[in-house]
Design a protein around this ligand. Structure first.
Ligand SMILES: [Zn+2]
Length: 275
């Protein structure tokens, strides 16, 4: 089972782009989004787009365009504040606001959630039952290994499972990892799609029964003005080839949305993780 997802935040999160303002970035973002949508429709592939509530409020046409093409709209918080920076009350309000804004635009229920920067970890696992309270059916926030920000090192599963916390259960689609020299590494999205050679990604995928891929529109934006800083390599390496790699991936493998995967899985047979 291969799942394709996108985290869609760039229309609102301008601090990622300190060089150039809205007027510079919006046309670029629209263009790259259109290219991605065209590529998916040529392949007759529906993906999941985790979107910010603020994008729904400020740029409703962006969300409408994605939904009209049959893709699933999930929630990626309201303003991209990390869960680690919120109290349970603020998290409840942020998530509810985002879901309301997205549902208003698409006219149907939002079922999936992904936290900004995969910020549901050991110290913020209280967020999981709150997702259930606000009507989320499945979470896709667990990154079961180390990363610069967020992540849940030590999480035992890297395939769909049920998380039980405080006697409340929620379905979980974690990011998939692959074991290299005894270490679990993520390989199927974000910077990894830019950094790793295509042959590596392909060979890892062929060995794994479950793949959760995630991309950002900015990963394809080869024209963006670049910031010279310590993260230069990580932020921009491989950006010219990312679009081609995604295109090869969806030609070489069958992908589906989280919504479709949720319908396929026999949830009574998946592992239960007690937190
Ligand atoms: Zn994000």
């Amino acid at each position: 089972m291969n799942i394709l997802t996108f985290d869609l935040e760039e229309w609102y999160i301008y601090q990622l782009y300190p060089k150039g303002g809205k007027d510079y970035y919006l046309p670029l973002l629209d263009r790259y989004l259109n290219e991605v949508l065209d590529m998916l429709s040529q392949q007759q592939l529906n993906a999941t787009f985790f979107c910010l509530g603020m994008v729904a409020k400020e740029y409703p046409d962006v969300i409408k365009k994605i939904a009209r093409q049959g893709h699933e709209i999930g929630c990626h918080s309201d303003q991209h504040q990390w869960v680690t920076a919120l109290t349970p009350e603020l998290f409840y309000r942020d998530t509810k606001n985002a879901i309301d804004a997205l549902e208003n635009i698409i006219g149907k229920k939002v079922q999936g959630y992904r936290a900004p920067a995969f910020s549901i970890g050991r110290s913020t696992q209280w967020a999981l039952p709150i997702l259930k309270e606000v009507g989320i059916e499945y979470d896709c926030s667990i990154f079961p290994t180390n990363r610069d920000f967020g992540g849940f090192p030590g999480f035992q599963e890297n395939s769909p499972c049920i998380i039980s916390y405080n006697n409340k259960a929620i379905k979980e689609f974690p990011i998939s990892t692959h074991s290299v020299l005894g270490k679990q590494i993520a390989y199927s999205g974000g910077g990894y799609l830019r950094l790793l050679p295509y042959a590596f990604i392909r060979s890892f995928m062929l060995k794994e029964p479950y793949v959760m891929s995630y991309c950002h529109i900015r990963d394809f934006d080869a024209e963006q003005k670049r910031m010279l800083n310590l993260r230069y390599f990580k932020n921009y390496y491989g950006i010219q080839h990312a679009f081609m790699k995604l295109s090869r991936l969806i030609h070489d493998f069958e992908f589906m949305s989280v919504e479709a995967a949720n319908r396929t899985i026999d949830w009574a047979a998946v592992p239960i993780v007690q937190l």
